[in-house]
Ligand binder design. Structure first.
Ligand code: SF4
Length: 179
């Protein structure tokens, strides 16, 4: 998500998020939560909204509104989760625990790891990378098939997600978005 913080140089935040986009493209998350009042507006923006389960209302990823950057950032219907979400890496840059150049290098490292895992995934009609990763890991861990290289690279990627981005779930959410 592209988040602009008052206490961070806006161009640095934009550069970091535009260089990444992984929280919009389905590489980190399968879906993102929406507030009840956001469901119709989000649908009108072009998001793929699902709402039948009250505890799982949101939009699926990859987000069609990511075109190298978010194309609805200025919309009044811009989802709260998108405005609020900050991955751990972004928080670390804001807190000056790491520099922007270092963060950009880390993002490239993540993308290279993703490319390697993706090259080992079987063809699928599923468009969400994280879902494909989960499905394949279940297959491998369930011993339906054995693929040591895939297992090792996939597990390393998930550890990287948690350590660098603070992502250990399949859903993009913020703590404060529920109405
Ligand atoms: S609307 Fe889509 S592209 Fe824009 S920040 Fe949210 S998930 Fe990303």
């Amino acid at each position: 998500m592209i988040s602009v913080m008052a206490d961070m140089n806006e161009s640095q935040a934009n550069l970091l998020c535009k260089s990444c986009g992984l929280c919009c493209t389905g590489h980190l998350f399968i879906w993102a939560k929406l507030r009840p009042s956001e469901l119709d507006p989000a649908e009108s923006l072009g998001l793929t909204v699902f709402r039948s389960n009250p505890t799982e209302r949101g939009f699926s990823q990859p987000c069609p509104l990511w075109q190298g950057q978010c194309t609805v950032y200025d919309s009044p219907h811009y989802p709260h989760v998108c405005r609020s979400y900050k991955c751990k890496l972004l928080k670390d840059v804001i807190a000056e625990n790491t520099s922007l150049p270092n963060a950009l290098t880390v993002i490239e490292q993540a993308k290279e790891m993703i490319r390697e895992v993706e090259s080992l995934l079987p063809d699928s009609a599923e468009v969400n990378f994280r879902q494909r990763l989960v499905t394949e890991l279940e297959e491998v861990n369930g011993l339906a098939r054995t693929d040591a290289e895939f297992r090792s690279k996939a597990e390393a990627l998930l550890e990287f997600y948690e350590k660098v981005f603070g992502v250990d779930d399949l859903v993009e959410r913020t703590d404060e978005f529920l109405e």
